[in-house]
Write a protein that binds this ligand. Structure first.
Ligand code: 5GP
Ligand code: MG
Length: 182
């Protein structure tokens, strides 16, 4: 596997799309906004496993406000497309009543995952819910839930790396790669 140019995972080839430096700059910009907006609060950041583990680590290092962390786990993808059904694998554990909650996603595609998580979170009566996502595919997203903090908008193409996988592989790559046509 060549970390710089192209990578092959299972039967597909991917080419470099967003470097670690670019990703960290998007994350710093998101963190600046969050640090500004939550000065008076102690937000509970809820990253969505598995994909958001890298962005969670890098975003939290850039937060200068006091904050707490609690992971949740949902799954909707199989191969390179969404299955349309979302499974909850780890539920919300912390007491989120009256908390300012920030749901943290690696990427929002159709928004099905987010819709389910948003509804589940709301049941626990948080004080507020905002959404942060490193990446957003606006062409695929047809949902009314506002994404409050977006690192970068990208076209509707399948990507891997920086936490995102193709059937289990590629989460460990430090850059993001996009699938090639062949
Ligand atoms: P949605 O429910 O919005 O359609 O999909 C959300 C989840 O699907 C994301 O949190 C992510 O785990 C996965 N996903 C969406 N787009 C991609 C992609 O381009 N590549 C990978 N590897 N996963 C994706
Ligand atoms: Mg995800």
């Amino acid at each position: 596997m060549d970390e710089q140019g192209k990578v092959t995972l299972h039967d597909r080839t991917f080419e470099l799309y967003l470097t670690e430096e670019e990703l960290l700059s998007y994350i710093r910009a998101m963190a600046d906004q969050i640090n500004h907006d939550y000065k008076e609060s102690l937000p509970l950041v809820i990253p969505v496993l598995n994909g958001a583990f890298m962005v969670a680590a890098d975003l939290l290092k850039e937060l200068t406000i006091p904050c707490e962390l609690s992971f949740t786990k949902l799954s909707s993808y199989s191969g390179t497309s969404t299955t349309g059904t979302v499974k909850t694998l780890i539920g919300l554990g912390e007491d989120i009543a009256n908390r300012d909650v920030i749901i943290l996603e690696d990427i929002v595609d159709t928004g099905i995952t987010l819709e389910k998580l948003y509804a589940e979170t709301k049941k626990f009566n948080p004080k507020s819910i905002r959404i942060a996502s490193l990446l957003l595919k606006p062409e695929a997203y047809h949902n009314r839930i506002k994404i409050d903090y977006v690192g970068k908008e990208i076209p509707n193409k399948f990507i891997v790396g920086y936490g995102l996988d193709y059937d289990g592989l590629g989460r460990n790559l430090r850059n993001i790669y996009v699938v090639t046509k062949d």
